[in-house]
Design a protein around this ligand. Structure first.
Ligand code: NAP
Length: 430
């Protein structure tokens, strides 16, 4: 397959600038957490892989020194223990010689190996339609395109308006959590929207270890129901894996209490978030009501795992094998790392072909993989636009695999995640 080199050049520049910007933020703040720091090296690795591919558009006899240094920079980024060690690398990324090589590649094209269209591990839905609802084990119906309410830069009054607008626009699934502190605004917004409660799917979570234990959990859920102005929530999840270490006993008691709350009709279905396969199995081993949803990070760079160095397992496939539905979060924003998928030049180029905004293409990609999405936005036009992802034409198998493969380009470990077919191999060896 012959492809234009321009998006590879653009992706290289975009990602090393993102790495530099993130490094600047890190240096001014001191520390932003290991995930964020890993995101900086990840962005530089993505830059290196894109540049290596782009340079296949130029005869291999040209820019030999630049190619050799690029390979060295790639190794440096892969080995970097601290992103601060990468500061000096930017001399290379911004050097005139490297820019000249990229300029030479920009108008060329490169030959990728044929892409396997069979994607056994990611494919789950028949690729002819995306159903707007999924029926969870136990019978609850969940809309697959929801609205994220982890929106932190708005006043309560503004958030109430946004939630009311979201419901009026047609969002029916609202994702909340104890940690977001927005349940009061969501409850008020949904009341003001006038949408009947029976038409809504409200999900929330237990986020804080201080709310573990049967009494504490019951108190929390009742408080959340009050804030959300509802007699029941459709889905209630553990925000993270509490069933290990010091919280394990209290977390088990909490789960039992959640099961009781289900039998009282205050919760319809139970779920988890950010759970690995092992953590999912731990909870399922004692649960009388098993989790039916796992909410995990899902964007094209990290399909199912949040940390770039850990948890490279195929959680999506594992969830499916266990009849657990996957809800993907931060599909657009890049959180908690540095690369924002919605700005990626490969995504932009493909979105143009489909005559769609990049965000809609990304949401559509996840939906076509059978993953529910919960984009957040405080912008009415973007809120309306995102909702249309359900009704876009199908993304072809080829383009789906090119989007899936971005995870291989961004992966911090060479070649991982191994369960995503890597279409970004040129017919010349890399
Ligand atoms: N379980 C967990 O641990 C966890 C973690 C993180 C998030 N979540 C949930 O997932 C939800 C979504 O995640 P998120 O808030 O990180 O990110 P997201 O939905 O991936 O992206 C939101 C960001 O993208 C922008 N955006 C939205 N639509 C856009 C469009 N069409 N074009 C361009 N930009 C667009 C928004 O800006 P504007 O507002 O300006 O449009 C906002 O900055 C959260 O609200 C929360 O409910 C769960």
């Amino acid at each position: 397959m012959l492809v234009d080199a321009a998006p590879y050049v653009d992706a290289c520049v975009w990602s090393y600038l993102a790495a530099e910007e993130a490094l600047g933020r890190l240096e001014s703040k001191g520390s932003l957490g290991t995930r964020f720091e890993c995101g900086i090296t990840e962005a530089l690795i993505y830059a290196a892989r894109n540049a290596e591919l782009a340079l296949h558009a130029v005869p291999s006899s040209e820019f030999k020194d630049v190619r050799a240094e690029l390979q060295r920079q790639h190794r440096v980024a892969l080995a970097a223990v601290s992103p601060k060690a990468l500061r000096r690398s930017f001399q290379f990324w911004k050097s005139a010689a490297f820019q000249a090589a990229l300029d030479a590649a920009r108008s060329g094209s490169l030959q990728l190996q044929d892409v396997p269209v069979c994607l056994p591990l990611l494919r789950s839905v028949p690729l002819f339609a995306v159903e707007p609802f999924v029926v969870l084990p136990g019978g609850k119906t969940m809309p697959v395109l929801g609205f994220g309410t982890g929106i932190f830069n708005l006043s309560t009054e503004k958030l109430v308006d946004i939630v009311a607008l979201a419901a009026r626009l047609g969002y029916r699934h609202f994702d909340c959590a104890q940690a977001y502190g927005t349940e009061g605004a969501v409850g008020e917004g949904l009341q003001r929207s006038g949408v009947p409660r029976a038409d809504l799917f409200i999900a929330t979570k237990l986020s804080k270890p201080s709310s573990l234990g049967s009494g504490e959990t019951r108190c929390l859920v009742e408080d959340q129901l009050r804030k959300l102005q509802t007699a029941y929530v459709d889905l209630y999840s553990f925000h993270r894996a509490f069933l290990v270490g010091e919280n394990a006993v209290a977390a088990r008691a909490s789960w039992r209490e959640l099961e009781k709350l289900c039998s009282e009709g205050k919760i319809c279905a139970l779920g988890v978030s950010n759970h690995s396969v092992q953590q999912l199995d731990t909870i399922s081993s004692f649960a009388r009501m098993k989790p039916v949803v796992n909410q995990v990070k899902f964007d094209v760079f990290r399909p199912g795992y949040q940390h770039p160095k850990m948890g490279m397992e195929n959680i999506i496939c594992a969830c499916r094998e266990r009849s657990v539905h996957v809800v993907g979060y931060s599909t657009l924003s890049g959180w908690p790392l540095a690369l924002r998928a919605v700005q990626d030049p490969h995504v932009a180029a493909m979105a143009e072909r489909y005559d769609q905004p990049p965000a809609r293409l990304l949401l559509r990609h996840a939906l076509q993989r059978g993953i529910a999405v919960i984009p957040a936005s405080a912008n009415p036009d973007r809120m309306a636009s995102n909702l249309r992802a359900l009704h876009e034409p199908l993304i072809s198998d080829l383009h789906m695999s090119l989007l899936d493969g971005l995870a291989c380009l961004a992966s911090r470990c060479a070649g991982a995640p191994g369960w995503v077919p890597d279409p970004y191999r040129t017919s010349a060896s890399r």
